[in-house]
Design a protein around this ligand. Structure first.
Ligand code: SF4
Ligand code: SF4
Length: 398
């Protein structure tokens, strides 16, 4: 694709990256075929190729900000398009730059701004999200059914896991929403790794920063990332082998720390080190000896976009779960997003709900006993659409 970005933009790091990525796109449109939002609306601007043009046109001054923002907001950041693209266009990096300039607060309707700020502030801290879940649980009978079904059962349950000792040591992050909504996930991870002589220590950090970053609360995200780097770097240098992240949305984001912090000379090198030493829980579990057992339950697995597209981890979880004796049922349209996508289900409710309905249909068609996934956002979102229990896959191993 030919570009004519302004000269002053091309002097900046963002401008150089934009130009390099845009030039790789040959506008073939293959990516539209696997884009969940394009499939729903059929609108070119709700597909990756249209969004690439919107970003290009915005920076070349031929597209207004509100049009570009509307369609970038509707993007799930699922990266299904990136997996499909034959020209290796780094759509995710392009979107990050586009959103930083186009989807910031300026020009947004005030109510939308407040909503985004509130989501980023409340749900990035376990104590405030626990409080919200506890209040929601209390008022559940008064809430609309769709909203009520999103509330986790075990609300407000902030617990500290008992330390399981082991001769190898790894570090983990508690997580913001996960810590308050499903603390049993980290507890199960500690138990499974403990059985393999790995001690999983929880760091004090609550949030990886992804929520704020994707809501373009960039300064708040940087603050969280710097705090995490200060907390994790020495521990990973000295006593802990890896940073293990149990939610795929967070592991995919921590792996981006190096790229995000590259312009910050004080943090760049340490961020790169952390990104290189971060592992999604599924990556560690493939090498462990999992005790086989005969289990009668059948599982439908939803591989989150942050695992299959973002980290290109496609069959690891299934292999591990199969080793433990579970049977999988076939699921169609596995590449498509469930509509959770971080805060997407709270902001783009209509599209998110349609994606959820389609996903639940695909997951439950073969009547599994249980649905498993690898990301807390997907887990809560899927559970809001079905009465079949939805679990993090690590819970199936304890
Ligand atoms: S992003 Fe890739 S698949 Fe999509 S239009 Fe560009 S080159 Fe084609
Ligand atoms: S990230 Fe997902 S929703 Fe966004 S353009 Fe790509 S495929 Fe479509």
């Amino acid at each position: 694709m030919r570009t004519s970005l302004p000269a002053e933009l091309l002097q900046t790091a963002d401008g150089k990256q934009l130009d390099e990525i845009l030039r790789k796109c040959v506008h073939c449109g293959f990516c539209n075929a696997t884009c969940p939002t394009y499939q729903l609306t059929g609108d070119e601007l709700d597909g990756p190729r249209g969004r690439i043009y919107l970003i290009k046109n915005y920076f070349e001054n031929s597209c207004d900000k509100s049009t570009a923002r509307k369609h970038l907001d509707r993007c799930l950041t699922c990266l299904s398009c990136e997996t499909t693209c034959p020209s290796n266009v780094r759509y995710g990096d392009l979107l990050d730059i586009g959103r930083k300039h186009i989807c910031d607060g300026s020009g947004r309707p005030i109510l939308n701004k407040i909503k985004r700020y509130t989501i980023a502030s409340v749900f990035s801290k376990p104590r405030s999200s626990a409080l919200i879940f506890a209040l929601a649980q209390f008022f559940k009978p008064l809430l609309p059914e769709k909203l009520a079904k999103k509330i986790p059962q075990d609300t407000g349950a902030i617990k500290t896991n008992a330390v399981v000792t082991g001769s190898r040591k790894m570090l983990t992050i508690r997580g913001c929403v996960q810590f308050s909504a499903a603390p049993q996930i980290n507890a199960a991870a500690a138990q499974v790794l403990g059985d393999a002589d790995i001690q999983l220590d929880e760091s004090e950090s609550d949030c990886c920063g992804a929520l704020a970053f994707h809501l373009t609360e960039i300064e708040s995200a940087y603050k969280t990332i710097r705090k995490n780097i200060d907390d994790w770097y020495q521990r990973l240098k000295s006593e802990h082998e890896f940073l293990i992240v149990t939610s795929s949305g967070c592991s995919s984001f921590v792996k981006k720390y190096g790229a995000i912090m590259r312009p910050d000379p004080q943090y760049a090198q340490r961020a790169e080190f952390i990104a290189k030493n971060c592992r999604d829980l599924s990556e560690i579990c493939t090498d462990l000896h999992i005790k086989p057992a005969f289990r009668k339950r059948t599982i439908a697995f939803h591989n989150p976009c942050t695992l299959q597209h973002n980290q290109q981890i496609t069959s690891t979880v299934e292999t591990t779960i199969q080793k433990a004796g579970y049977t999988f049922v076939p699921v169609s349209n596995r590449h498509l997003c469930c509509g959770s996508a971080g805060s997407y289900s709270l902001l783009e409710t209509e599209l998110s709900h349609q994606l959820l309905t389609n996903k639940i249909h695909d997951l439950t068609k073969a009547e599994p006993d249980m649905i498993a996934t690898a990301n807390i956002g997907c887990l809560m979102h899927l559970q809001s659409g079905t009465d079949i229990p939805v679990k993090h896959w690590i819970e199936l191993l304890v």
